[in-house]
Design a protein around this ligand. Structure first.
Ligand code: FES
Length: 92
């Protein structure tokens, strides 16, 4: 493997996200593939400010919990979707 930058992952742990599934995502050590884990830099962050926009402009994924992967924010992220998104990001 070359010197690839780690994928930057920020899990929103603001209240809206935390109570709607963000807490499950924080258990990432238990459910992510070790190879994926090794290639990601994962941290919890307070409100990504996405929850406040949901009411007005609501693309289908715009509901908590939100996760930022590199420069993109994803909504409605389940553990399963999180695995998939990170695997894609790591292999991109
Ligand atoms: S609490 Fe997660 S975006 Fe606001």
């Amino acid at each position: 493997m070359g010197k690839k930058e780690k994928v930057m992952v920020r899990i929103c742990v603001g209240t809206a996200c935390f109570v709607q599934g963000g807490a499950d995502l924080l258990l990432y050590n238990d459910f992510l593939d070790p190879v994926v884990l090794a290639n990601c830099d994962i941290e919890g962050v307070s409100c990504l400010n996405m929850c406040k926009q949901v009411a007005t402009d609501s693309p289908q994924n715009a509901k908590p919990p939100f996760v930022k992967i590199n420069d993109k924010v994803y909504g409605d992220v389940s553990q399963e979707r999180f695995c998939k998104l990170l695997a894609e990001a790591v292999n991109a």
